[in-house]
Design a protein around this ligand. Structure first.
Ligand SMILES: Nc1ncnc2c1ncn2[C@@H]1O[C@H](COP(=O)(O)OP(=O)(O)O)[C@@H](O)[C@H]1O
Ligand SMILES: [Mg+2]
Length: 306
């Protein structure tokens, strides 16, 4: 199903043009006949028609989109099977991906307040996914979508996994993208990992949005893996001068090599970022919240002891 303009999926969605082409499926801009609105429809690629792994991936994605209702998670419109190909229809985010948006900026980075606002939204979206019993496992700038009016929504649940009653994931099954992959997944020293693999990826994303580059770069996945596992993470302020120590600390703490020393949840990371940029009302003689400041400082000190 590579070029299917004007094909009608399930008698409801009229495919218009392809807007995404990925490993699992193609994403089309489509017209929903029921609502007369534009939507996005992701259809399993025909080459995967008989591949149970890919079938399962798109079905899990559809299930998550259907279950998680949150303004920072891509909205669900419908799901079903077209011919033999499962599809999921979702809200169309008109602003494209965060990756594309960053590429358009001259220094590929956002102003601090804008970055923190978008990160907080992303964190809240991921929190809703965690609360529903899933971990995303592939958070990155390409999988955060923008509505063009200031809202970010998390999408692409192709690699998402159920955390189950224990709250943990089977390490061997966790996938992801090398640039964003947590050290405990790479090392596979334990059989299970926590959903804070997503917090690590959010830390990488935060670093990239604030500085215009990712903390680790390399020519191949192995090169990146060894840095995630063994190389101390740089401070964001070493790339972008003038970032405050609290923000440095918050971003670095999310990328701590030890999952137990990261913010415990995406929500906690959003809080740490918000505290870091909080400006107290000086008119009232107030100072920066001491607890927040200490948390930032402690996180920065943690960098010295990987
Ligand atoms: N709901 C959506 N609204 C707008 N664009 C989307 C939407 N879903 C996906 N896209 C576009 O399609 C691309 C690929 O979709 P994604 O869900 O990330 O699948 P994959 O990475 O598996 O191909 C995204 O990066 C984005 O540009
Ligand atoms: Mg994607």
């Amino acid at each position: 199903m590579d070029r299917r303009n004007n094909i009608v999926v399930d008698g409801r969605f009229v495919l218009h043009s392809r807007i995404g082409h990925g490993a699992i499926g193609d994403v089309y801009r489509a017209r929903d006949r029921d609502s007369a609105r534009w939507v996005a429809v992701k259809v399993l690629r025909a080459v995967h028609e008989r591949n149970p792994k890919y079938q399962r991936m798109i079905l899990t994605e559809a299930e998550i989109l259907e279950r998680v209702e949150h303004r920072n998670v891509v909205g669900f419109v419908g799901r079903g099977v077209h011919g033999r190909l499962p599809y999921v229809a979702m809200e169309l985010l008109g602003g494209g991906s965060l990756h594309e948006a960053l590429q358009r900026l001259p220094r590929r980075r956002l102003d601090v307040l804008g970055a923190v606002a978008l990160l907080a939204m992303t964190c809240h979206g991921v929190q809703a996914v965690h609360d529903a019993g899933f971990a995303h496992c592939d958070l990155k700038a390409r999988n955060v979508l923008l509505d063009g009016r200031g809202r970010a929504a998390v999408g692409d649940f192709g690699l998402a996994m159920r955390t189950g009653p224990t709250g943990f994931l089977a390490t061997a099954l966790v996938g992801g993208t090398a640039d964003y992959m947590a050290p405990e997944v790479i090392g596979r020293a334990t059989d299970i990992v926590a959903a804070t693999v997503d917090v690590y990826a959010l830390g990488i994303l935060a670093f990239a949005m604030l500085t215009g580059r990712r903390p680790f770069t390399g020519n191949c996945a192995e090169d990146l893996f060894s840095q995630h596992v063994g190389r101390p993470v740089p401070l964001a302020s070493s790339v972008r001068r003038g970032l405050c120590a609290q923000l440095d600390g918050a971003v670095a703490s999310a990328m701590n090599k030890d999952p137990d020393r990261r913010p415990a949840s995406p929500r906690a990371f959003a809080d740490a970022l918000s505290f870091a940029i909080a400006t107290p009302p000086r008119d009232l003689g107030m100072r920066v919240d001491a607890v927040a400041r200490d948390r930032g400082k402690r996180a920065a000190e943690d960098l010295d002891s990987p």
